[in-house]
Design a protein around this ligand. Structure first.
Ligand code: 5MM
Length: 341
């Protein structure tokens, strides 16, 4: 492992003013997104949509540091035959790859999941590196309910995240470690805080046990936030303050950067929360975005599968990317949203 190189890539992924585009929806998830805009999900339509994003010159060159791809996409070529990976590189962004293979029911823990995909991972990483991937992503999913998460779910998912991260670094690929505590329930922000703290503490314990170099990874956590169905929704300032307090209590300063997931927040909420955290400042790590839905909902709607709408889709993507780029340095203002395409 060349740690200096891993650290250089990790720092580039969290370049101030830029963040990550999570375009790694598996075939099932992208179908759901396309169903919502009445577009058939085919190999070609998925390629056309992602080509539209990666050819958004302004967004990609100014505000996007890297793109997380799905296996199908990393091997696809644009309509003119250029590999999609090359389009990303030509825009000055870094290609990355989702390497987990989704979730399965966790035995003996009703309602809980474990992320799978460690078998043959070393071989797959080698091929992805040759194709141009310089970072990877693995997402663990932790749900909050009356008696969950169990300690079992927290431990097995942390163990798998650390196994994945160690394999990535051995393959000279920066691991994004994503332990996502879902915001689907009716729990309040303090319950989210307590569960996320348990999950992050366990994750860093496993990373240490498995000798993962913290300087060569990126953390992709959820924010401390109220469950979607909670009657009392925490304010932007409360989310920002509690998330910073939480992260300071469990994320070592050796980690170069934290790139949040949006997790079902609205586009503007995700931007406002990131901005409020960066306005607090004095942080040991860079804080940015690694959004899927909060970056793509607007361009998907504007595009709606019609070639004539490509410029409108690209404008919508550029706008959201710019807003989040500003939020990554604490320079966003709500008034800027009116300049949307
Ligand atoms: C883009 O969505 C990613 C892939 O999800 P599936 O494996 O279910 O298809 C997802 O892992 C994503 O990278 C993160 O959750 C962040 O996306 P959001 O939408 O939460 O910002």
């Amino acid at each position: 492992m060349n740690l200096a190189d891993l650290n250089r890539i990790a720092l580039a992924m969290v370049t101030p003013g830029k963040g990550l585009l999570a375009a790694d929806e598996s075939s099932g998830t992208i179908k759901k997104r396309f169903d919502a805009i009445k577009v058939d999900s085919t190999e070609d339509s998925r390629r056309d949509y992602r080509e539209m994003l990666f050819r958004s010159q302004e967004a990609m060159s100014k505000y996007i540091s890297g793109v997380i791809l799905y296996d199908e996409t990393i091997w696809q070529n644009a309509k003119d035959g250029t590999p999609l990976v090359k389009l990303i590189e030509q825009a000055g962004a870094i290609p990355g790859i989702k390497v987990d293979e989704g979730t399965q029911a966790l035995p003996n823990c009703p309602g809980e999941l474990v992320t799978v995909g460690l078998d043959k991972l070393a071989e797959r990483l080698k091929k992805y590196y040759e194709r141009g991937a310089r970072f990877a992503k693995w997402r663990a999913v932790i749900d909050i309910g009356p008696r969950i998460p169990t300690q079992t779910a927290v431990r097995v998912n942390a163990h798998a995240l650390a196994r994945y991260a160690a394999l990535c670094q051995a393959a000279q690929i920066v691991p994004i470690v994503e332990p996502e505590v879902l915001m689907d329930g009716d729990h309040d922000i303090d319950r989210c805080y307590e569960v996320t703290q348990r999950v992050l503490n366990r994750t860093f314990q496993e990373l240490r046990v498995q000798r993962v170099a913290l300087e060569g990874m990126i953390l992709k956590p959820n924010m401390a936030i109220s469950g979607k169905k909670c009657p009392k929704q925490a304010s932007v300032q409360e989310v920002a303050e509690k998330t910073i307090r939480l992260l300071k209590s469990c994320v070592p300063a050796a980690v170069p950067g934290i790139a949040f997931l949006s997790g079902g927040q609205s586009d503007e909420e995700a931007t406002a929360h990131l901005d409020a955290m960066n306005k607090i400042g004095h942080l040991p790590w860079r804080l940015t975005f690694s959004y899927g839905r909060a970056l793509q909902a607007a361009p998907q709607k504007a595009w709606s599968g019609k070639p004539d709408n490509v410029p409108a889709g690209q404008r919508a993507f550029s706008h959201r990317a710019r807003m989040n780029g500003l939020a990554s340095t604490g320079n966003w203002e709500a008034g800027l949203e009116k300049q949307a395409a």
